[in-house]
Design a protein around this ligand. Structure first.
Ligand SMILES: *[C@@H]1O[C@H](CO)[C@@H](O)[C@H](O)[C@H]1NC(C)=O
Ligand SMILES: *[C@@H]1O[C@H](CO)[C@@H](O)[C@H](O)[C@H]1NC(C)=O
Ligand SMILES: *[C@@H]1O[C@H](CO)[C@@H](O)[C@H](O)[C@H]1NC(C)=O
Ligand SMILES: *[C@@H]1O[C@H](CO)[C@@H](O)[C@H](O)[C@H]1NC(C)=O
Length: 257
């Protein structure tokens, strides 16, 4: 019994040593709200931080993320008002979630358009996988850096100001564009269930959904070459980034870098 106890004790220490430090920083000139969502991978642990919080300009927080964080995402919401926090109602003009300030841990994914930072740590071939995704459109510029010299991922351009008119929205009460939708979410092909823009239906594989068939792919990829610009963008070679898990990288996510 005693040795089992000590084994568990040291296993806990080792696991802690392997946990990663994530830092999230708001360099936008305005207040945004952040959130963390962990995909429904069975029995995976979650970051030891709130699933949603408010960040003033220049606010920065650090927290611990499990070494095997899987399908983890962080994104930012803009123009939030939690006074009307019915827990299910819309609380922000962009990228809001079910749950109000703290996104619901199982149903609180962001409503598009939203720029999303994604991680799977310690995935296949002992690699960390990470990207900045525009698959759900764009609302805020962001960049992922790390402390071990692996690649930088990001979309640092402000796509709202250059967004094609058919993709624009939502707007605020002054009529300024706060988000830029994907061609899929904008329903440009008139059928999101069988669409080359959504890689759905008869276009649901990498072979049947090439980037050339995705409307406005070159707008997103051209402005943000190191982002994940549509559902099968891995073929670009500059969408999904890898970092050897044995390097135990710490990651920093900066909004409006
Ligand atoms: C998750 O944990 C539950 C309860 O411990 C267990 O029954 C189940 O088999 C686990 N699932 C996976 C995929 O490991
Ligand atoms: C609060 O949100 C709900 C759901 O979105 C909406 O129906 C209601 O009008 C809102 N109330 C106020 C005071 O904004
Ligand atoms: C609308 O958005 C623009 C650009 O972000 C901002 O300058 C302006 O103050 C906003 N207007 C309102 C009423 O929030
Ligand atoms: C897409 O557009 C078509 C044609 O206007 C419409 O019938 C359909 O409901 C729309 N789909 C979504 C998800 O909005």
């Amino acid at each position: 019994m005693k040795s089992l106890y000590f084994f568990k004790f040291f296993a806990t220490i080792l696991q802690r040593a392997d946990a990663r430090t994530f830092t999230v920083t708001n360099r936008c000139s305005y207040t945004i709200c952040w959130q963390i969502f962990t995909g429904p991978s069975a029995n995976k642990s979650t970051p030891d931080y709130s699933t949603g919080w408010e960040a003033q300009p220049d606010a920065s927080v650090s927290f611990t993320v499990p070494n095997d964080w899987t399908a983890g995402r962080i994104w930012g919401r803009t123009d939030c008002n939690f006074n009307n926090d019915s827990a299910s109602g819309q609380t922000c003009l962009t990228a809001w979630c079910i749950g109000g300030l703290k996104c619901n841990p199982t149903t609180g994914t962001g409503v598009p358009p939203a720029t999303v930072a994604e991680w799977t740590l310690n995935g296949d071939d002992s690699q960390d996988y990470y990207d900045v995704s525009l698959v759900d459109g764009f609302n805020l510029p962001m960049q992922i850096t790390n402390n071990v010299g692996c690649s930088v991922a990001g979309c640092t351009a402000d796509l709202n100001s250059v967004c094609p008119s058919v993709l624009k929205g939502p707007t605020n009460s002054s009529g300024d564009t706060l988000g830029c939708q994907s061609a899929c979410d904008a329903n440009l092909s008139g059928d999101t269930t069988d669409s080359p823009n959504c890689c759905s239906g008869s276009y649901s594989t990498a072979a049947t959904c090439p980037p050339s068939g995705v409307e406005y792919y070159s707008f997103f990829k051209g402005n943000c070459p190191d982002a994940y610009a549509y559902a099968y963008d891995e073929s670009s070679g500059t969408a999904l980034w890898k970092c050897d898990s044995s390097l135990s990288a710490d990651y920093t996510l900066t909004f409006c870098p």
